[in-house]
Structures are given as structure tokens and as C-alpha cells.
Design a protein around this ligand. Structure first.
Ligand code: SF4
Ligand code: SF4
Length: 114
């Protein structure tokens, strides 16, 4: 998914490759040049032949950066390498998300006091 300015929403927190049971997500982070996020993925790849479509990456992502509702499925391919989607290919499928990203969240202790 993209931010409203068209930049990648992913902040390279590494939650999705950590939770992925198929180990099919590869991320190489880099420092973001400017703006409110500290990191972004320099490389972000998903191996669609290894993905078991469990959706755990979507659940784990704190940034609404990864979704499985594009309606576009992995096309048949004769070459193994063609099944590995890179950041550009994934972003070409992604849309802009208006979910709030970054900033200070609600203070959960106030809820506990009430
Ligand atoms: S949906 Fe695919 S990429 Fe996401 S966690 Fe599951 S196996 Fe990994
Ligand atoms: S897609 Fe989401 S969970 Fe995965 S590294 Fe990026 S921000 Fe973290």
C-alpha cells in the first residue's frame, strides 16, 4: 500500500517477515531520506510460490502497508524467478491507504483508570 503522497507505507519494521510461516518475505531496510518515518524498505520481495496465503503478514502489519484484497492472483509462470515479486511490482498493485500512520496513539492507561 502507498501513503497519501504515493510513497510506500512500509516502515521496514520487520514484523511481517518475522511472523511469516513460509519465510517468503525478504526485506532490506534503508534510512528514509526525509519525512516522519525513520526507515523504509530498500528491497521488499514476496516469493509467491512459497506463500501459503495465511494472511498473518496482513494481521501483523502496524501500518496497513500490506493487504491481500487486490483481487490479483499470482499468474502462472515458467521461471522460478518470475514468482518473486519485488517492491515495484507490489507497489504497482497497491492503492493509497488513508489509515492514520505514525504520531502519538491513545494513552491506554487512561482507559484502565476509567
Ligand atoms: S500470507 Fe504469505 S507472505 Fe503473508 S505471512 Fe502468510 S505465507 Fe507469509
Ligand atoms: S509491510 Fe508492515 S509489517 Fe511488514 S515490514 Fe512493512 S510495516 Fe512492517
Amino acid at each position: 500500500m502507498k501513503r497519501e503522497d504515493g510513497e510506500v507505507r512500509c516502515v521496514a519494521c520487520m514484523m511481517c517477515p518475522t511472523v511469516c510461516p513460509a519465510h517468503c518475505i525478504t526485506i532490506v531496510p534503508e534510512e528514509a531520506p526525509s519525512g516522519s518515518i525513520e526507515k523504509r524498505p530498500r528491497i521488499f520481495e514476496i516469493d509467491e510460490l512459497r506463500c501459503v496465503v495465511c494472511g498473518l503478514c496482513v494481521e501483523a502489519c502496524p501500518c496497513d502497508a500490506i493487504r491481500m484484497d487486490t483481487g490479483i492472483h499470482a499468474p502462472p509462470t515458467l521461471r522460478r524467478a518470475d514468482a518473486i515479486l519485488d517492491k515495484e511490482a507490489l507497489l504497482a498493485r497497491g492503492e493509497k491507504s488513508i489509515a492514520t500512520q505514525g504520531g502519538v496513539g491513545p494513552f491506554w492507561r487512561e482507559k484502565v483508570k476509567a
